[in-house]
Design a protein around this ligand. Structure first.
Ligand SMILES: NC(=O)c1ccc[n+]([C@@H]2O[C@H](COP(=O)([O-])OP(=O)(O)OC[C@H]3O[C@@H](n4cnc5c(N)ncnc54)[C@H](O)[C@@H]3O)[C@@H](O)[C@H]2O)c1
Length: 318
């Protein structure tokens, strides 16, 4: 059992993460702007704080006496605010929170990055060197949100250079997070339902059809914190479902939305995801246990015109 501070604990991902870690037996403290009455946070300690206030944040982190910190608080959606506001906010929070955690001597420090650091969707085009995308794929952010996430990964490495291995760091890139209520029909982060995202590939294409169940992110973080002392410092991990959020193979879909990718996308047969979770499997022994095929109500799975094919994803995406 660890004492874990989660920043942004009242947010979309934060609620599932806090509740998953608490259920796993940890003592969790949520740091967010306001206290939330969401049932997921029932019984969880909450600190209402503006994390952009570096002095207040450093003080609160000193007082928290935490074994670990997971930093989620951010402007979490590209172009949801002016570019300079996203950059300033996320960069400021990175230094304020991660720097405060280092100063407080919290021995395990983890931060949420994003797959968008890879640069898909760039207006000038995007053709990766190969699929599936993984942690060796070179970052190429093309907007302030993606750049701010690249900066968070670099901020962790900067602190690792300052502190050496006395503090263990890691960044994780959760794919498009789907919370339990969203499988049941609540709107996802972009405002449409999971079913709408599946029925209209144009909705899921901006994320290259990636996704992950929020509960799988919670088990990932639990496993990551446990493994941190025994793995190389300041690593980055994709946190992705095993399959793609699509009813057709990505070998067909990806070239339709990303011109010029026909050849590299040819490996994305069956249900294979464009994003590999192999590193988390290998280094952490973590695996996702949720898929849209098991989580969506049967009525949504049974779309009459949906093609069927034999699954090949589980082996090829690992
Ligand atoms: N949801 C996804 O699909 C997804 C995918 C990839 C990465 N991420 C990353 O995961 C993290 C969480 O995403 P989310 O979807 O839960 O976002 P969210 O917007 O739902 O939650 C963010 C939380 O941070 C808090 N916050 C923001 N600024 C703050 C400040 N100055 N002081 C205190 N609290 C502050 C907000 O109040 C909110 O509760 C973000 O860093 C995001 O970039 C999310």
């Amino acid at each position: 059992m660890s004492r874990i501070v989660v920043t942004g604990g009242a947010g979309r991902l934060g609620r599932s993460l806090v509740s998953g870690l608490a259920t796993a037996g940890h003592e969790v403290v949520s740091f967010d702007r306001t206290r939330s009455d969401d049932p997921a946070l029932a019984g969880v300690a909450q600190v209402a704080i503006d994390l952009a206030d570096a002095d207040a944040t450093a003080h609160a982190l000193q007082e928290a006496h935490a074994d670990a910190l997971i930093h989620l608080a951010a402007i979490a959606v590209p172009f949801s605010a002016p570019e300079h506001v996203i950059m300033r906010t996320n960069a400021m929070l990175a230094i304020s929170v991660l720097g405060g955690a280092v100063a407080a001597g919290i021995p395990k420090i983890v931060a949420a990055s994003s797959p968008t650091v890879l640069g898909y969707g760039a207006p000038t085009g995007w053709v990766p060197g190969r699929f599936p995308l993984d942690e060796d794929t070179a970052p190429a952010p093309w907007n302030a949100y993606a750049l701010s996430k690249h900066l968070i990964e670099q901020t962790l490495r900067m602190y690792a250079r300052q502190t050496g291995d006395t503090i263990r760091f890691a960044a994780f890139r959760p794919c498009y997070v789907i919370a339990p209520e969203e499988w049941a029909g609540a709107p996802t982060q972009q405002g449409h339902t999971v079913r709408e995202r599946l029925d209209d590939p144009a909705l899921s294409a901006p994320a290259v059809f990636n996704y992950v169940d929020a509960r799988d992110v919670a088990t990932f973080c639990d496993r990551l914190l446990e493994a941190l002392p025994g793995i190389p410092n300041a690593e980055t991990f994709f946190v992705a479902a095993d399959d793609a959020l699509a009813r057709e193979p990505l070998a067909d879909l990806v070239p339709r939305f990303f011109p010029g990718t026909d050849e590299v996308a040819a490996v994305l047969t069956g249900t294979t995801s464009a994003f590999s979770n192999a590193k988390a499997r290998r280094l952490l022994g973590w695996a996702p246990t949720h898929s849209w095929r098991s989580e969506l109500p049967a009525t949504d799975l049974d779309r009459k015109d949906a093609p069927t094919w034999t699954s090949t994803a589980s082996s090829s995406s690992r």
